[in-house]
Design a protein around this ligand. Sequence first.
Ligand SMILES: NC(=O)c1ccc[n+]([C@@H]2O[C@H](COP(=O)([O-])OP(=O)(O)OC[C@H]3O[C@@H](n4cnc5c(N)ncnc54)[C@H](O)[C@@H]3O)[C@@H](O)[C@H]2O)c1
Length: 357
Amino acid sequence: MPAPRPTVLITGGAGFIGSNLVRQWLAEESDAVVTLDALTYAGLRESLGDALAHPRHELVVGDIGDAPLVRELLAEHRPRAVLHLAAESHVDRSIVEPLGFVQTNVVGTAALLEETTRWWRELPAESRDAFRFVHVSTDEVFGSAEAGRTFTVASPLAPNSPYAASKAAGEQLARAFAHTYGLPVVTLNPGNHYGPRQLPEKLIPKMILRADAGEPLPLYGDGQHQRDWIHVDDGCRAIRAAAACGTPGERYLIGSDNCYPNRAIVEQLCDEIDRQRDDGRRRRELIAAAADRPGHDRRYALDSAPAQRQLNWRPQIELAAGLRDTVAWYLANGPWIAAATQSLAARDAAGAAARPL
Ligand SMILES: NC(=O)c1ccc[n+]([C@@H]2O[C@H](COP(=O)([O-])OP(=O)(O)OC[C@H]3O[C@@H](n4cnc5c(N)ncnc54)[C@H](O)[C@@H]3O)[C@@H](O)[C@H]2O)c1
């Protein structure tokens, strides 16, 4: 009997980073890919697109917190790695509905870690040593970086939003499972991603679609909040590198040295749309001040040089080119935008009916 094809399990593979990762993995690696995704409002079949019919890919619709399901998937597919991306990811929603973030990012992550550890412990020694649990956290767990300083692996955790706190708790659980049971966990703390298939509740796609529609562009506070931007294809390459050569027990800060204020990013997007539409409009004029987000972190900036060396990984996409291509993607992908907009509208309606804080 031929040996079964090596397999990886990607949680959250129908989301923004996850769907780009699934596509990249199928294109660049020879593994079979199993996607476990609950298809919340943030998970779209449309984001997986052609990958849905790929002979090496299977989408399993389910919750990371569903222990029997996770147990069954691990036993059936025997993955060489779990890439854990599933999460509630939108900071603004975490401010009005924090509990759901704890449920997925903390309790769900704990259930996934527990089932993975239970299964991993029974593997033959060679498979146990080769296995990796790549835990995708965020740079937001470090709080706000002072001017002129960057986050490093030594930065203390100081999460400020309920989202960041739930991610910090999730990565601490992963760390504890590594320490207590020896599970080979590799933790990534990436900066802000941008690129195709990001829901237009996040800054860059939201501003592209509003600017293109001629709608006001509400910028939180003074617009001088800085984020460290990385193209999603570079972020996905970093996740692959972490699975291939990350050291268990280590964390890696993943960024692209593109720390810019939100206003500068939005201005660049406006100019890019003006250029691509070539309709004589000046979309910068649509930028409008909006009340600041409560507890808004002023600045995220990270030092990814050690991760670049240790993972033998380099970001390849320069910010201006990445933003240009991202604008072009959003202007050309109406059916995906319609699906995303519909999903967001349904989520917003459900959120308004709940009891927002
Ligand atoms: N987008 C960024 O800029 C960024 C930056 C740093 C870290 N991260 C982290 O990367 C990961 C992916 O982020 P993203 O932007 O792609 O998020 P996303 O919101 O676009 O996607 C999350 C995916 O997880 C799925 N999901 C949610 N709850 C689930 C559950 N209980 N069980 C199974 N699936 C569930 C959703 O359906 C969705 O497909 C997250 O862990 C996030 O915290 C994101």
